[in-house]
Design a protein around this ligand. Sequence first.
Ligand code: HEM
Length: 408
Amino acid sequence: MNPYLLMVVLYLSLAVLGALEASFASLRILPWFNGMKWLRVHLITLGTLTQIIFWLMPILAAIRAKLPRPKLRWDIWLTLNGGILLLLIGIPLVNFVPIFAGSTLVFTATTLLIVQLSKMRAASSVSSQAGAGRKFYIAGLSYFLVGIIVGAGLFFNWAEPLLISVPLEVHIHANNWGLLSLVFAGLLIDLYPTWAKRPLASPNSVNAIFWMMTVGAFGLIFGPWFAATWLLLVPGLLLHLSATIWLLVNIIKPLQGDREAWTPGMLHLVTSYFWILAPVLVAPLVLFKVPGFPGRGIEATAPQALIYGWVLQFGYASIPYFFRRVFLPDETPKLGGSRLSLITVHLGGFLLWASIFAEGAMRGTLHGSAYLMWTLSLLPIVKELWQIVRAGLEHAESETASLILMEN
Ligand code: HEM
């Protein structure tokens, strides 16, 4: 049983409870629930997604570089999960010792993975494009190191000595425009040919997309760090946005006119990007303080739609695919998701954004309904994963049983 995938099923199952709890709290069904925002965001980001990407990146880098499959690094798994566990204990209790120890362990796991990936250079005979995803992974993980320092620093008041103007924004940008944008782009570049059974529209654009997204993320992180909106944040945003759109064109164009290719899984992958673009489309209205656009409300609430609408939804398509590859290797793997998960995850996003502009009780109703939709969208995915795991384990058990019978 792969230890990373075991943790994915655990955290994703808990994420269902987290979303349900948020819904009941906002719908005032269980008003005394205090809605642990940190927990429900990080069960998905730090819990579920980091497990999948930490497991996958060395394997993909090795395949693309035509290197032998790397052994599972228990030191990385242990430091990552030991760190997450300590954070899950320390942050709800606001206890500095486990928060510091937990952040340090996650930082160590990330550094060990960067070193492992940096050593996985392709032999000179392998085309540079083959290993393109690796540089996206290393750049993304490097920004994650910044995200961890600033995230932990939110408890230790490191913002002042580090001269950080808006630490929470720096943390969110480092982990979403840095870590996940770059890693998801790397995964799409490495796996789209397998998922879509055709090449990207312009494979030669990969290098330009890499540098635009990496430099763009730098501007998006250090803009709010040094309060340099026009010098860093806005140019960074434009660069990153152009790179993201160029990446999307690369994966949409080859599918045009091919109805069969637009499975729920492919729709999850492509339409999830609407929720990382939504805050960008609204940003100028907030920046220029256009009346009717509550800047504070958007900054406080929009990250939730980013995590559920983009990060989680990308996982809806990709996580079941990897589970099938591992647990049901004799079957043709397909991307995850269904019509139900597709409709409800987007409904959740629109309801959450509508709650930002609503007043009074309506705000709670819309916010609670959004989380109810996200809970509904999670259920078929968690069910799909448990079915894959059970079928895979039953298959393995029957294989072992027949082996034992043969030996006797
Ligand atoms: C060691 C790792 C991490 C630590 C210590 C950490 C810490 C924090 C803290 C203290 C907050 C503020 C919570 C609040 O305002 O109540 C926060 C918010 C947030 N973090 Fe992290 N975080 C970590 C990893 C991540 C990762 C990997 C991601 C995403 C990829 C992420 C995304 C976010 C987002 C989106 C928010 C804003 C939540 C909201 O306001 O709705 N964090 N984090």
